[in-house]
Design a protein around this ligand. Structure first.
Ligand code: GLU
Length: 466
């Protein structure tokens, strides 16, 4: 295959959302797979809706996911001279023409078409044709520039996802490529850029299928090669509805905030509409090695939070302990919790990392190792009864002299229970409430070991004397 060049071309009007991130991922992986070039292009010509914050959010999202580009980011707003030049070239070549139709004339045309129950479309009155006499161009009057679209035949392409798609040229009117203020329009900029950037494969959402015939005609009028197109089907929410803000975390960075790992999100997105046999868990290197356009499904993909959580749990279990410790330290610090003076965070994490599906759950689970708990009155009433407090006092004595290792600590709890004529949980549960402020935890001997003698004794004392 010729040198592959793909692009991700977001309009910076909001966050990088899940659908956009998947488009970016597929374009990136395709270029990487073929040793090609991945280009980032910011389509910011809609000045009203584009914001620098949205540009930053897109860059942040891509950085977080590890989707680095080889060229760009290119900004369309910085290419205005180039667009103007191509418009002039097209006017000179006769592939585009000036149209002086006024707003009133256009409204009148629309009204007539409506009465005749016709699709609203430009009637070609300023389109130059052999033998046709055009009205004289009004001097100094505003005009738009229209593309001279072919009027007959079909425009078609073999979509790499959707198969063959055809449009009748007669259905496409001569669309505007430059507005009356001279600014170029959306489809035109895309085409000039795809040509100038020598894009070979356009991978994008299928909301662009209707733009593609116009873009192909324009490319052909410019004598440019037509790239291959792969239009990705939309992503539906968990409930089968089109994915939207209602579904909560639609911005990629929201996932970071909610405690997802980029590896998990990437792995999850990779499987959203693409498959490699039954493989569910794979690295981004494997994804790049396996990725192709043949295994993208034409039907809509459905978001499945449970599956994302399952993958995230997997990547949390696999995470490098140093990284995870540092990450947890950061997350807890955001809530004002200092971990430096507490038990070794990596040892605490070993106890909890298999029990959670997000980093936030993990932070919640371990935070009581770093702040003295204040068990709720209800919990105290239920678990710190007279008998329980008696057992905790005895246990305190045993623990103060105990060898601080799991086996010995387990033994100490057991012996304290049997000496008091109680079952193991009758001591272990109040002990958990005293140590962590909650009746459940991983095995109590490990909790004791990791928390350390001094802290354990302090916390027991706090409930005995508090
Ligand atoms: N800027 C377009 C969007 O954000 C994408 C254009 C394209 O990929 O051709 O939807």
């Amino acid at each position: 295959m010729a040198q592959v060049r793909t692009r991700f071309a977001p309009s910076p009007t909001g966050f990088l959302h899940i659908g956009g991130a998947r488009t970016a991922l597929f374009s990136w992986a395709f270029a990487r797979h073929y040793g090609g070039t991945f280009i980032l292009r910011i389509e910011d010509t809609d000045l009203e809706r584009s914001t620098p914050e949205a540009v930053q959010a897109i860059l942040d999202g891509m950085h977080w996911l590890g989707l680095s580009c080889d060229e760009g980011p290119f900004y369309q707003t910085r290419r205005m001279e180039r667009y103007k030049q191509v418009i002039d070239d097209m006017l000179a070549a006769g592939t585009a023409y000036r149209c002086y139709m006024t707003r009133e004339e256009l409204d009148a045309l629309r009204a007539e078409q409506e009465i005749r129950k016709e699709k609203p479309r430009y009637d070609g009155r300023w389109r130059p044709e052999a033998g046709k006499i055009l009205p004289p161009s009004p001097v100094g009057a505003p005009f738009v520039v229209r593309f001279r679209n072919p009027t007959t035949g079909v425009v078609s392409w073999d979509d790499r996802v959707k198969g063959r798609i055809e449009f009748e040229n007669a259905e496409l009117d001569d669309f505007i490529i430059a507005r009356s203020d001279g600014s170029p329009t959306y489809n035109f900029c895309v085409v000039v850029d795809d040509r100038d950037m020598a894009i070979t494969h356009v991978i994008r959402g299928d909301d662009h299928v209707n733009n593609t015939p116009r873009q192909i005609n324009l490319l052909q009028a410019l004598g440019a090669p037509v790239p291959r197109y792969a239009h990705l089907s939309m992503i539906l929410g968990d409930d089968g509805q089109k994915l939207s803000k209602r579904h909560g975390a639609v911005s990629v960075m929201q996932y970071e905030e909610d405690g997802y790992l980029p590896e998990a999100v990437l792995n999850y997105l990779a499987r959203l509409g693409w498959s490699h046999g039954d493989d569910e868990i794979f690295s981004s290197e494997q994804f790049v090695a396996w990725f192709d356009l043949d295994h993208i499904t034409a039907s809509a993909a459905q978001f499945n939070t449970e599956k994302l959580n399952w993958l995230n749990a997997h990547y949390i279990r696999q995470a490098d302990p140093h990284w995870l410790g540092a990450e947890m330290g950061k997350r807890l610090a955001c809530n004002g919790i200092v971990t430096a003076d507490g038990p070794d965070i990596r040892r605490v994490l070993v106890l909890y990392r298999d029990r959670v599906s997000t980093l936030n759950e993990l932070a919640d689970a371990i935070h009581s190792f770093y702040v003295v708990p204040h068990p709720a009155a209800e919990l105290r009433a239920q678990h710190l009864t007279e008998t329980a407090l008696g057992a905790l006092a005895a246990l305190r004595e045993n623990l103060s002299a105990c060898v601080w290792q799991v086996a010995e600590l387990g033994q100490a709890v057991k012996q304290t229970a049997s000496a008091a004529g109680l079952k193991m949980p009758q001591v272990a549960i109040p002990l958990r409430v005293a140590l962590l402020g909650m009746p459940q935890s991983p095995s109590i001997d490990s909790v004791l070991e990791v928390m350390g003698r001094e802290r354990v004794l302090q916390r027991i004392d706090a409930v005995l004397h508090g």
